[in-house]
Design a protein around this ligand. Structure first.
Ligand code: ZN
Length: 148
Protein backbone atom coordinates (compact mmCIF):
# COMPACT_ATOMS: atom_id res chain seq x y z
CA UNK A 1 0.00 0.00 0.00
CA UNK A 2 1.29 3.43 -0.89
CA UNK A 3 2.50 5.48 2.01
CA UNK A 4 0.26 8.32 1.01
CA UNK A 5 -2.73 6.05 1.29
CA UNK A 6 -1.62 4.86 4.71
CA UNK A 7 -1.27 8.45 5.83
CA UNK A 8 -4.70 9.25 4.51
CA UNK A 9 -6.20 6.17 6.06
CA UNK A 10 -4.82 6.32 9.57
CA UNK A 11 -4.26 10.00 10.01
CA UNK A 12 -2.77 13.23 8.85
CA UNK A 13 0.86 14.02 8.14
CA UNK A 14 2.14 16.42 10.73
CA UNK A 15 5.22 18.63 10.46
CA UNK A 16 7.98 17.41 12.87
CA UNK A 17 9.12 20.99 13.42
CA UNK A 18 6.02 23.08 13.94
CA UNK A 19 3.42 20.29 14.30
CA UNK A 20 1.17 21.91 11.73
CA UNK A 21 -1.06 19.54 9.83
CA UNK A 22 -0.73 18.80 6.17
CA UNK A 23 2.15 19.00 3.75
CA UNK A 24 3.00 19.99 0.22
CA UNK A 25 5.11 18.00 -2.17
CA UNK A 26 8.32 19.74 -3.11
CA UNK A 27 8.66 20.83 -6.68
CA UNK A 28 9.38 17.83 -8.84
CA UNK A 29 8.63 15.39 -6.05
CA UNK A 30 7.07 12.11 -7.03
CA UNK A 31 4.21 11.12 -4.72
CA UNK A 32 4.80 7.52 -5.81
CA UNK A 33 8.11 7.56 -3.96
CA UNK A 34 5.92 7.10 -0.94
CA UNK A 35 7.89 7.70 2.25
CA UNK A 36 10.89 8.93 0.27
CA UNK A 37 8.88 11.60 -1.53
CA UNK A 38 10.22 15.10 -1.00
CA UNK A 39 7.78 17.19 0.95
CA UNK A 40 7.80 20.54 2.63
CA UNK A 41 5.79 22.11 5.36
CA UNK A 42 3.59 24.91 4.04
CA UNK A 43 3.70 26.54 7.44
CA UNK A 44 7.36 26.74 8.51
CA UNK A 45 9.09 25.65 5.32
CA UNK A 46 10.57 22.44 6.78
CA UNK A 47 11.83 20.19 4.03
CA UNK A 48 12.24 16.47 4.24
CA UNK A 49 10.85 13.15 3.23
CA UNK A 50 7.29 12.12 3.72
CA UNK A 51 8.52 9.30 5.96
CA UNK A 52 9.97 11.83 8.37
CA UNK A 53 6.66 13.44 9.02
CA UNK A 54 4.81 12.58 12.12
CA UNK A 55 1.45 10.99 11.60
CA UNK A 56 -1.27 11.87 13.99
CA UNK A 57 -4.75 10.39 14.02
CA UNK A 58 -7.29 12.28 11.98
CA UNK A 59 -8.63 14.92 14.33
CA UNK A 60 -12.24 14.43 15.27
CA UNK A 61 -12.65 11.05 13.60
CA UNK A 62 -13.52 9.23 16.79
CA UNK A 63 -15.53 12.12 18.14
CA UNK A 64 -17.50 12.40 14.94
CA UNK A 65 -18.45 8.75 14.86
CA UNK A 66 -19.32 8.93 18.54
CA UNK A 67 -21.58 11.87 17.82
CA UNK A 68 -23.09 9.97 14.91
CA UNK A 69 -24.03 7.00 17.03
CA UNK A 70 -25.36 9.35 19.69
CA UNK A 71 -27.53 11.00 17.11
CA UNK A 72 -28.70 7.63 15.83
CA UNK A 73 -29.62 6.56 19.34
CA UNK A 74 -31.40 9.83 20.00
CA UNK A 75 -33.42 9.61 16.82
CA UNK A 76 -34.28 5.99 17.59
CA UNK A 77 -35.54 6.98 21.03
CA UNK A 78 -37.44 9.88 19.49
CA UNK A 79 -39.00 7.50 17.00
CA UNK A 80 -40.00 5.07 19.74
CA UNK A 81 -41.40 7.89 21.86
CA UNK A 82 -43.40 9.14 18.91
CA UNK A 83 -44.67 5.63 18.20
CA UNK A 84 -45.76 5.09 21.79
CA UNK A 85 -47.29 8.55 21.92
CA UNK A 86 -49.12 7.94 18.67
CA UNK A 87 -50.48 4.61 19.85
CA UNK A 88 -51.56 5.94 23.23
CA UNK A 89 -53.05 9.16 21.91
CA UNK A 90 -54.76 7.37 19.05
CA UNK A 91 -56.11 4.66 21.33
CA UNK A 92 -57.48 7.14 23.86
CA UNK A 93 -59.11 9.44 21.31
CA UNK A 94 -60.20 6.57 19.09
CA UNK A 95 -61.75 4.80 22.07
CA UNK A 96 -63.53 7.97 23.17
CA UNK A 97 -64.84 8.46 19.64
CA UNK A 98 -65.96 4.86 19.55
CA UNK A 99 -67.85 5.25 22.84
CA UNK A 100 -69.53 8.42 21.65
CA UNK A 101 -70.16 6.91 18.24
CA UNK A 102 -71.74 3.70 19.51
CA UNK A 103 -73.93 5.52 21.99
CA UNK A 104 -74.92 7.84 19.16
CA UNK A 105 -75.67 4.88 16.93
CA UNK A 106 -77.70 3.33 19.73
CA UNK A 107 -79.96 6.38 19.64
CA UNK A 108 -80.30 6.39 15.87
CA UNK A 109 -82.98 4.39 14.20
CA UNK A 110 -81.57 1.26 12.61
CA UNK A 111 -78.71 1.17 15.13
CA UNK A 112 -75.43 -0.30 13.90
CA UNK A 113 -76.94 -1.03 10.48
CA UNK A 114 -77.75 2.58 9.66
CA UNK A 115 -75.83 4.76 7.26
CA UNK A 116 -74.43 6.60 10.25
CA UNK A 117 -72.18 3.65 11.00
CA UNK A 118 -69.86 4.69 8.20
CA UNK A 119 -69.77 8.27 9.44
CA UNK A 120 -69.04 7.13 12.97
CA UNK A 121 -66.32 4.77 11.73
CA UNK A 122 -64.76 7.63 9.79
CA UNK A 123 -65.01 9.83 12.85
CA UNK A 124 -63.26 7.17 14.92
CA UNK A 125 -60.50 6.93 12.32
CA UNK A 126 -60.06 10.69 12.21
CA UNK A 127 -60.01 10.86 16.00
CA UNK A 128 -57.49 8.05 16.11
CA UNK A 129 -55.23 9.90 13.68
CA UNK A 130 -55.63 13.23 15.45
CA UNK A 131 -55.09 11.64 18.85
CA UNK A 132 -52.07 9.81 17.52
CA UNK A 133 -50.46 12.95 16.14
CA UNK A 134 -51.23 14.87 19.30
CA UNK A 135 -49.96 12.00 21.42
CA UNK A 136 -46.75 11.78 19.42
CA UNK A 137 -46.17 15.52 19.73
CA UNK A 138 -46.98 15.48 23.42
CA UNK A 139 -44.70 12.53 24.09
CA UNK A 140 -41.82 14.16 22.22
CA UNK A 141 -42.29 17.38 24.17
CA UNK A 142 -42.44 15.45 27.42
CA UNK A 143 -39.19 13.61 26.71
CA UNK A 144 -37.50 16.85 25.68
CA UNK A 145 -38.53 18.50 28.94
CA UNK A 146 -37.14 15.51 30.84
CA UNK A 147 -33.83 15.77 29.11
CA UNK A 148 -33.26 19.45 29.65
ZN1 ZN B 1 6.29 23.02 9.87
Amino acid sequence: MAWEKIVKRIGVGCCPECQSLGFDYQEGANPHDDERAAVLCPNCGWKGMLGQMRIIPEPGTNGASQKMSDMKRTSLIALLVRLVGFTLGGAVLGFAAMLIGTSFLGGVQGGIHSDWTLVVLLGILVCFALGGVAGAKGATRLVKSWRS
